[in-house]
Design a protein around this ligand. Sequence first.
Ligand SMILES: CC(C)(COP(=O)(O)OP(=O)(O)OC[C@H]1O[C@@H](n2cnc3c(N)ncnc32)[C@H](O)[C@@H]1OP(=O)(O)O)[C@@H](O)C(=O)NCCC(=O)NCCS
Length: 200
Amino acid sequence: MLFVGDLRHYRVETTLDSGMRLSIRAIQPDDKELLAEHFERLSPGSQYQLFFGFHGEFTRQELEYMANPNFLEHAAIVATVCDSEMDEHIVGASRYVALPDGQYAEFALSVLDQHRRKGIGSLLLLHLARLAEHWGVKELHADVLTSNRNALSFLGRRGFRSIGTSASVHGLSRSLASGSSALAVARPVGENAAGPAEKP
Ligand SMILES: CC(C)(COP(=O)(O)OP(=O)(O)OC[C@H]1O[C@@H](n2cnc3c(N)ncnc32)[C@H](O)[C@@H]1OP(=O)(O)O)[C@@H](O)C(=O)NCCC(=O)NCCS
């Protein structure tokens, strides 16, 4: 059983297949600069996929809002790594914002381009869904550009289904009725960070 007090301190340490140590943790009020750095380090293409356009520098107020969710209808978690100087960096970020009745929550995910296909996006989605489920969210929704084949396939593999397309955006939805752990996807045996294992 998780308590709201705990969610502000939600933290899971893990080691990826590559051996990289990763922390998945609740965002903290003093993460504003790390978050700004994360969005700056996303490639222009990824920024476009995330914001549906090019977002300039975030204002103080925007960063304040993003780093201070209430962990009820608004929650955010980040994936971080430490560099050789033991300075922490955000390699992945995710958040949901739910309707007051918890009927559904809109969410978004971003992982730095050079850290893709290591399982970070899957972990963020799983833990974000866990927090959303705990607060009583019934469904997760995401809007994804129709040109963003990568995210469409990523979410499709995790049970998200189309709830409509308008202009160049697909609405995707997934119920949490079967539990957030149902979002975990098994990878075929032998698949590794470098791609599918070569046949002998
Ligand atoms: C969509 C996005 C979040 C996915 O992040 P990611 O960290 O690459 O996600 P994962 O590594 O967990 O999964 C990607 C694929 O790599 C595979 N994978 C995971 N670990 C792996 C590993 N060690 N070796 C090889 N493949 C691996 C996963 O199985 C998955 O494939 P699948 O969808 O066929 O199951 C990322 O591409 C992104 O930030 N895109 C830009 C922003 C965006 O489009 N956001 C919209 C979503 S709301």
